[in-house]
Design a protein around this ligand. Structure first.
Ligand code: KG4
Ligand code: ZN
Length: 345
């Protein structure tokens, strides 16, 4: 419970991948600012993220991004009561930029530091805008992860299943590359799908040996690759080829997610379905998740688009709760590129 006479202001920093972001959260809930500086154009010519370019860009941009977050929140750094920063998972050089900056600020300002898991940030991001009751089913779908979680409380989270190969966002990016659409591929395929016929090609959702709560997207990506390779140049240049492939791919990718989500909802009684991560910005996903919730008679908690992709607000949200629970991080805490599957979020 917050003491309203002494509001808390937590600065959330995320530099885990290709977005430099900082946000200020008041009393653990109210977003006062959320600055996101995307590196998309820097990586576009390479068709994917170049880690060295990403970490150098974070170094250049982070100070100004933090200044802007404080300015938009109309507070000074002396008003901050805590700093939350992503420490795992992510590109190690990128994580280290945010973590080093956060440590220096926490030390200088004599305020506590919270080390936040990026996936936990995504998982709880729907709660920034939606009052959600436990237990809920969480589906995190991003460029690096695709996983289902049974969330009983802030500290009791069970991973029910995840991808056995590519993340769904990664499949979007790879298919966009095959179709020579650009980077990041998700929004481009999403937009192009609207002009295509999803029935033009029959791709099938993968069945994973480990069970219905697991995902696989590499077979779908390979099916698109084979199709593109086997199609003549003339056909490939035909007006609707790319749009049809995009629509058929998108249908299958989103169907896969919904099939596993339904399997989890049938197995675990929950009070809400919370979807998060970059792919939660997808138009078809948002529509289908709404229908799934209607069918299962539970509310859908899905963030607005700017809170789906990487952002500092979701890190501040989780960090604020950790600080309330006295889960502070020492100034010698480490960044880790991966989170072991067995480690609690
Ligand atoms: O959560 P995020 O910003 O970063 C990671 O933690 O990975 O997710 C980025 C991913 C990228 O793969 C991008 O292509 C995908 O989210 N994405 C989308 C859409 N917007 C972003 N995928 C499908 N449809 C979209 N509208
Ligand atoms: Zn992310």
């Amino acid at each position: 419970m917050q003491n309203l006479n002494h509001p808390t202001y937590v600065l959330g920093i995320d530099t885990s991948c290709d977005e430099t972001s900082a946000a200020v959260l008041k009393n653990g809930q109210e977003i006062l600012s959320n600055i996101i500086s995307s590196q998309g154009p820097l990586h576009e010519p390479h068709g994917g993220i170049v880690p060295e370019i990403a970490s150098r860009s974070h170094i250049e941009k982070l100070p100004a991004v933090i200044d802007q977050a404080l300015k938009d929140a109309a507070i000074s750094c002396k008003d901050l009561t805590g700093i939350a920063v992503t420490t795992s998972p992510g590109l190690i050089g990128c994580l280290l930029v945010g973590l080093s900056y956060a440590k220096a600020m926490a030390y200088q300002l004599r305020i506590p530091l919270a080390a936040v898991n990026h996936l936990k940030g995504h998982l709880f991001s729907p709660l920034l805008e939606h009052a959600t009751t436990y237990p809920f089913l969480g589906l995190v779908i991003s460029g690096g992860h695709t996983a289902l979680y049974h969330v009983k409380s802030f500290d009791s989270i069970a991973c029910l299943g995840q991808t056995v190969d590519d993340a769904v966002g990664e499949a979007y990016d790879k298919v966009a590359k095959l179709l020579e659409l650009g980077y990041p591929g998700g929004p481009l395929i999403d937009r192009l799908s609207g002009q295509g016929n999803e029935k033009a090609y029959a791709f099938t959702p993968a069945r994973v040996k480990k069970g219905p709560l697991y995902f696989s997207f590499s077979g779908l990506k390979t099916a698109v690759k084979n199709l593109v390779q086997q199609t003549s140049l003339a056909e490939k240049n035909a007006e609707n080829f790319k749009a049809n492939v995009a629509a058929a791919f998108q249908k299958t990718a989103i169907d896969s997610l919904m099939i596993s989500a339904q399997a989890a909802l049938s197995q675990y009684p929950v009070r809400a379905f919370a979807v998060s991560g970059g792919v939660a910005a997808n138009s078809r996903l948002r529509e289908q998740a709404g229908q799934l919730c209607h069918k299962n008679n539970i509310p859908l908690a899905i963030p607005k688009i700017s809170l789906c992709t990487d952002n500092g607000a979701m890190i501040a949200y989780v960090g604020a709760r950790q600080l309330e629970n006295n889960q502070t991080a020492p100034l010698n805490c480490q960044a880790r590129p991966t989170t072991p599957v067995s480690a609690p979020l």
